[in-house]
Design a protein around this ligand. Structure first.
Ligand code: NAP
Length: 284
């Protein structure tokens, strides 16, 4: 039987409606939630991502402050701006769009954002909180993947999850979140000799590689939940994920499409984290 599609657009709409009602409640109490979005330089892809984030804020009643700087902005000036936003009580989340121009150290910038405003969850402290199981901001993409898995109604307890990819922003935090949900977790990477050996045993596969057709149907256990994080272009220039959707959907129980799966959830979880930050600040 073909897999059920996990609809990231539909789940996003539902979660954004909840964000909008929480934002309205905070605003009514005199604490309008605010997100600062900083873009340095003119990278066209970054400009699109930032525009989508700002629009998502507007649509959900979250105030956004968009600051755009030329590519020659100095690192010191950017750090100064972040310090000012850290001190601004009307700003609850700070997002600096990556990548930054080469002369700016991204680690310095991420670590300059105060932990209570680190709604991207990229700082070392946020990563440490996740590792230690403490409350804190979870990186938006893996957090969104967890919501997509939850939406299937399947418990992760005792399940075997295979994460393909070990980046600091997706693979590693994904593995930790799955572990926290009591899954048994295997992390695969470019040095894993036989990927299919692992994925065939998996009840849940999360592919975060950036290479099309990394996972095919014959590499899956029947009924598995398949979450495709990858964003690639195929030979025809069409957007596709890391999973060969057609063959995987014949074997999996549930699968996310690309586009319309993980993508919309990433921005949604940024809104969720910003709301959480604003509610904490307001003492809600
Ligand atoms: P990344 O930093 O490049 O990491 C890719 C990971 O894949 C690395 O850990 C790498 O292993 C592993 N890998 C590469 N080739 C492999 C192979 N043949 N078999 C197994 N593992 C392999 O990428 P990322 O930032 O995590 O992003 C991954 C993908 O997700 C990209 O397509 C990105 O565009 C997409 N993405 C989507 C969203 C969204 O909102 N939908 C958000 C973030 C990222 P090594 O560590 O050994 O090099």
């Amino acid at each position: 039987m073909p897999a059920q599609i996990i609809d990231g657009n539909a789940l996003s709409r539902q979660l954004r409606a909840e964000v909008a009602s929480r934002a309205a409640a905070l605003t009514a109490r005199g604490h309008p939630p605010g997100l600062a979005v900083i873009l340095v330089g003119a990278d066209p892809a970054s400009a699109v991502y930032v525009r989508n984030k700002v629009k998502a804020c507007e649509d959900s009643g979250v105030r956004s402050v968009f600051e755009k700087y030329d590519a020659d902005l100095s690192e010191a000036a950017l750090l100064e701006r972040i310090a000012a936003l850290n001190a601004d009580p009307a700003i609850h989340g700070i997002l600096v769009q990556m990548p930054l121009p080469k002369h700016i150290d991204p680690h310095k910038v991420i670590e300059a954002i105060s932990t209570e405003k680190d709604v991207d969850g990229y700082s070392v402290l946020s990563a440490g909180e996740l590792m230690a199981g403490l409350p804190g901001f979870r990186p938006c993409t893996p957090y969104g993947c967890m919501k997509l898995i939850e939406s299937t109604g399947q418990s992760l307890k005792g399940k075997h999850a295979v994460v393909i990819g070990r980046s600091n922003t997706v693979g590693k935090p994904m593995a930790l979140l799955l572990l926290q949900a009591n899954a048994t977790v295997t992390v695969c990477h470019s040095g894993t000799p036989d990927l299919a050996y692992h994925t065939r045993q998996a009840d849940v596969v999360v592919a975060a590689v950036g290479r099309q057709n990394t996972v095919r149907g014959d590499m899956l256990k029947p009924g598995a939940i398949v979450i495709d994080v990858g964003i690639n272009r195929n030979e025809a220039g069409k957007l596709c994920g890391d999973v060969d959707f057609a063959s995987a959907a014949e074997v999996a129980g549930w699968i996310t499409p690309v586009p319309g799966g993980v993508g919309p959830m990433t921005i949604t979880m940024l809104l969720v984290n910003t709301l959480e930050a604003a509610e904490r600040r307001a003492g809600a």
